[in-house]
Each structure stands twice: as structure tokens, then as C-alpha cells.
Ligand binder design. Structure first.
Ligand SMILES: C[S@@+](CC[C@H](N)C(=O)[O-])C[C@H]1O[C@@H](n2cnc3c(N)ncnc32)[C@H](O)[C@@H]1O
Length: 219
């Protein structure tokens, strides 16, 4: 089955629209602070992987940052919500699986939040992203001591999906191999504290901690 919404509940897609209209997401603000710190005010091109309904673009717009943005997502329903709110995004997105094909362009900066941990072939996805980024990658995902995966069923969803937790060393090693130095930051929204995700899932015993990894291309 293509898309992604079949792994989520009806309440989830309603929350996507509600958050787009009403909420400034903490991770977006954290990423924009990191980018401001690293890009010295230069105009840049940005690829956003797992862009959903363009929450990150909303953050750029609210800060009046005229960056050259392009979003990538596998689920048409989320893109359609985004286009209703931001019609200017027509032509600024690609509907695709980032583990199957590379992005259509190289960018200065790539961002990916809460997406890599749901992709079966996360190594292919990460390679596609890193080989198409000139300067900076900001990645928000679940990290721990070892790489392992849970097959989870969200309450109200018709299909399972994957929730990986990655070992720091594996992901930092992939960045290193592809020419990036790495730093780890606490995720501001969760303070990188372990969260018991199973409240939202039929599947029990899933605990995850979210971190932000910043990769800078070594010169
Ligand atoms: C949990 S949401 C995160 C949305 C947003 N980045 C955020 O942090 O608020 C995950 C997003 O990744 C998309 N996605 C999942 N697998 C994907 C893949 N293989 N390629 C591209 N997008 C994918 C989903 O459709 C969904 O929009």
C-alpha cells in the first residue's frame, strides 16, 4: 500500500491540519535556530524530508526567511492539507519514498524530523539525503545504545508501522563515511527524556528518546 496515513488514526490526520493552522512546533523553531547559527544569514536552499503539510515552510515564512524550499513526502493526503493552507507550495514538493529514489536536487541544507525512524531501509534514505546535501543536515530521530525496531499498531490505525531506535554510533558512522562531522543536541520538545509511546499504541512497551543530530560537511 502506498502513502502513510493507513498507519495512523483519523484523529492523527485531524491533528495535522489543526497543528498547521494553530501551532508553532518546537522542533521547527529549534531547527531554525540551528540553521541561523550555522548559515550566517546567507540565503540557502533547503530540502525537507517527511515534510508532511509544510510545517517547516510555515516556520520559514513566520521568520520572513526567503529560503529556496522543497518538501518531500510519501503521503498525498498530508500534502493536500498543506496546499490548501499554502497554495504557493504547488511545484515545491515531491511525492516520493526517500528510501527508493534520491531527491530531485542537491540543497545547501537538509532537514528531517520524526521520519527516519519509520523507514524500513533507513540506510538508503540517509544515503540519498547526505549525498544530496552540500553543507548541513539537521536530523531529529530516536537514538539509544543499540539499533532495534518495533512493529507498532497505533490505536485506530488499520496497518502497522515501524519505530526504529538507532545507535548513536551507527548513524554518526554513516555521516562520517559520507564526509560529515556530527554533533548531538537535546531535543527541545521532549528534553530527550525517554517517553512511553505505548499510550498511543496497541503495541506495548515502546520507549524512545528523541535527539537532534547536526551534520556539517567537512571542508
Ligand atoms: C511523524 S511525521 C513527521 C512530520 C514532520 N516532519 C514533523 O516532524 O512534524 C512523518 C512523515 O514522514 C513521511 N514519510 C514516512 N515515510 C516516508 C518515506 N519513506 N519517504 C518520504 N516521506 C516519508 C510521512 O508521510 C509523514 O508525513
Amino acid at each position: 500500500m502506498t502513502g502513510w496515513q493507513h498507519t495512523k488514526s483519523k484523529a492523527y490526520i485531524e491533528s495535522v491540519e489543526q497543528r498547521l493552522l494553530n501551532v508553532r512546533l518546537t522542533w521547527v523553531e529549534q531547527f531554525l535556530d540551528i540553521i541561523a547559527d550555522k548559515s550566517e544569514g546567507l540565503p540557502v536552499s533547503i530540502n525537507d524530508f517527511g515534510c508532511q503539510s509544510f510545517q517547516f515552510y510555515k516556520g520559514l515564512k513566520l521568520r520572513s526567511l526567503n529560503f529556496d524550499y522543497h518538501g518531500y513526502d510519501i503521503e498525498k493526503k498530508y500534502i493536500e492539507i498543506g496546499l490548501r493552507v499554502f497554495p504557493c507550495m504547488a511545484g515545491k514538493y515531491s511525492l516520493m519514498d526517500i528510501s527508493v529514489a534520491p531527491p530531485h536536487r542537491v540543497s545547501d541544507i537538509s532537514v528531517i524530523s520524526a521520519t527516519l525512524e519509520h523507514i524500513l531501509d533507513y540506510r538508503a534514505a540517509l544515503k540519498n539525503i547526505l549525498t544530496h546535501t552540500n553543507r548541513l543536515v539537521v536530523l531529529r530521530t530516536f537514538f539509544g545504545d543499540r539499533t532495534h525496531c518495533s512493529v507498532a499498531r497505533e490505536k485506530g490505525a488499520s496497518h502497522d508501522y515501524l519505530i526504529w531506535e538507532f545507535s548513536f554510533s551507527e548513524i554518526m558512522g554513516i555521516f562520517d563515511e559520507l564526509g560529515f562531522t556530527t554533533s548531538i543536541f537535546r531535543d527541545q520538545y521532549t528534553d530527550s527524556m525517554p517517553k512511553y509511546l505505548s499510550h498511543e499504541y496497541v503495541t506495548k512497551d515502546i520507549v524512545r528518546s528523541q535527539y537532534v543530530l547536526v551534520g556539517e560537511r567537512a571542508t
